[in-house]
Design a binder for this molecule. Structure first.
Ligand code: ADP
Ligand code: ZN
Ligand code: MG
Length: 502
């Protein structure tokens, strides 16, 4: 009988902090895509003798802010250590890091998957410096080294092995990225290596408590890779165990093309990093860092999603799309507050707009046009919601116009697209393009009469019993009014006119 297994997963995540300068020197923290190798370096980050590292306070504040957002405790007093190992991407022969007392420890992150909500415990988040980059040229015995990245502030986060599925791991990483962006701690772009996730995974028989032998998977540079490598590894380890062998503790890489993990290196006998306190940086108190960190914490994505669902009656899918980017969420709320003000001024007798059906209709239009049209239009034109080409005020005005039925829904799409392109005011665009929907029956009656007299054959056809022929006539009315006629009203008038003129 085959046994059922459960995955036990812990994550290690490295995040480059977005600061002005590097961790211990005044080199810029800016890895532009085109930067020439070894141009953003100095005697400190290349470890010249006699230089002294000075910790970057901004990086420490950002780490403390990250920790607070994840409900970590923050060490009141801490220090740096040297971690000794030799590898050419490390110019000093050791890395300055934190070992005994990480700045942040003992937190949690709440995640929500399709199945459930759960907390993933955060073991620690510490401060360290990034290494340089080696490039190995195929077909030669040479390797090149670029120290531009050496000394970039790096945060290392470690979780408890609380994750059980590929989906949970992916959700965890996505939620982390959102938080990092919300708090402006890092751009956390995985493709650019600003956020690097490593998966530790073992299996155990379902229902048992103790842990099996774990495998560590590296070089995952997308959320999909995180998810897929776990799915693959669960299968692989299950087969190993079921064939009577045992899982070997090792580091594996991920081949995105083949969709497989592959053995990289066996776990050597525990490394001897010979950690000791960094003698060039005095241990330090963190009260001021903590105070500054607290100031920069705004509403986090999860809290915002919950609030949006409650306050605006949105579905889970809608809130994810609205809250993923802070600027989009902000734009949405700015539009709603413009609308509320406008609605209150028009309806002074309304006591509570949030439960008023007229206002709720406008809110629904705001949500729908943002999610179905605006996100796509902005993305097509590469426009960020941080610098939107349509102000929230103009978007709100557009919504009031759509809500009043002054323009048809096809005209609405044209207007919105023009607004995105020109940044123009909706009323002006509607007037200049003659898009205002004609609801006026007298005006439409004239057009209808023209259309009837110009389409004798179609009219005969309709009267002969082909009721579908009216579609063509409605189309003609729409054409003559450049799409500004209200099609329902036009149809009604046509029907009346065709019957009475018999
Ligand atoms: P190591 O000493 O090998 O680096 P750690 O104890 O530091 O291991 O844990 C590294 C990561 O692996 C953590 O995220 C932890 O939660 C996770 N982990 C530890 N043991 C296991 C296990 N048996 N199965 C899966 N994950 C594990
Ligand atoms: Zn430097
Ligand atoms: Mg470890």
């Amino acid at each position: 009988m085959s046994q059922e297994f459960e995955a036990v997963i812990g994550m290690e995540v490295h995040v480059e902090s977005k600061t002005q300068s590097k961790m211990f020197c005044s080199c810029k923290n800016d890895l532009g895509l085109e930067t020439i190798p070894n141009t953003n370096i100095c005697p400190i980050c290349t470890a010249q003798p006699g230089t002294l590292p000075v910790p970057n306070r901004e990086a420490l504040v950002k780490l403390a802010r990250f920790g607070k957002a994840l409900e970590c405790s923050i060490a009141d007093y801490t220090w740096f250590e040297r971690k000794s190992y030799f590898y050419p991407d490390l110019p000093k022969g050791y890395q300055i890091t934190q070992y005994e007392r990480p700045l942040c420890y003992g937190g949690r992150l709440e995640i929500q998957t399709a199945e459930r909500q759960k907390n993933i415990r955060i073991t620690r988040i510490h401060m360290e410096e990034d290494t340089g980059k080696l490039s190995h040229t195929a077909g030669t015995t040479k390797s090149l080294v670029d120290y531009n990245r050496a000394g970039i502030p790096l945060m290392e986060l470690v979780t408890e092995p609380d994750i059980r599925t590929a989906e949970e791991a992916r959700t965890f990483c996505e939620e982390l990225q959102m938080i990092l962006r919300y708090l402006d701690i890092s751009d956390a772009d995985m493709e650019r290596g600003q956020m690097r996730c490593e998966v530790n995974i073992s299996l155990r028989p379902k229902g048992t408590e103790s842990f099996g032998t774990k495998v560590e998977i590296k070089n995952l540079n997308s959320f999909r890779a995180v998810e897929n490598c776990i799915t693959y590894e669960i299968l692989r380890q299950t087969q190993v165990i079921q064939s009577g062998e045992s899982v070997i503790q090792e580091t594996r890489g991920w081949d995105d093309v083949k969709g497989k993990t592959f053995a990289q290196r066996k776990k050597e006998n525990a490394h001897d990093y010979r950690y000791f306190i960094e003698p060039d940086i005095p241990p330090f108190e963190t009260s001021e860092i903590q105070a500054e960190a607290s100031q920069g914490i705004s509403e986090l994505p999860l809290a915002k999603r919950k609030r949006f669902m409650e306050e605006y009656g949105l579905t889970e899918q809608q809130v994810y799309a609205l809250v993923r980017e802070k600027a989009v969420a902000h734009y949405y709320e700015a539009t709603l507050s413009e609308l509320l003000e406008w609605y209150r001024s028009k309806n002074p007798e309304i006591f509570e707009p949030a439960i008023d059906s007229g206002y709720r209709k406008l809110r629904k239009l705001t949500t729908n046009y943002l999610l179905t049209e605006l996100l796509r239009l902005f993305a097509d034109k590469n426009i960020s919601f941080e610098t939107p080409s349509i102000t929230a005020e103009n978007y709100a005005e557009f919504i009031t116009i759509v809500g009043s039925g002054e323009i048809s829904s096809s005209a609405a799409q044209t207007v919105l697209a023009t607004m995105v392109e020109t940044g123009g005011d909706p009323s002006e665009i509607i007037d200049s393009q003659g898009l205002r929907q004609v609801n006026d029956t007298d005006a439409l009656l004239k057009v209808v009469q023209d259309v009837i007299s110009q389409n004798f054959e179609v009219v005969e056809n309709y009267r002969g019993g082909n009721l579908n022929a009216i579609q063509f006539l409605v189309g003609q009315v729409m054409k003559q009014t450049k799409g500004s006629a209200n099609p329902q009203i036009a149809r009604q008038i046509l029907e009346d006119a065709l019957q009475s003129n018999e």
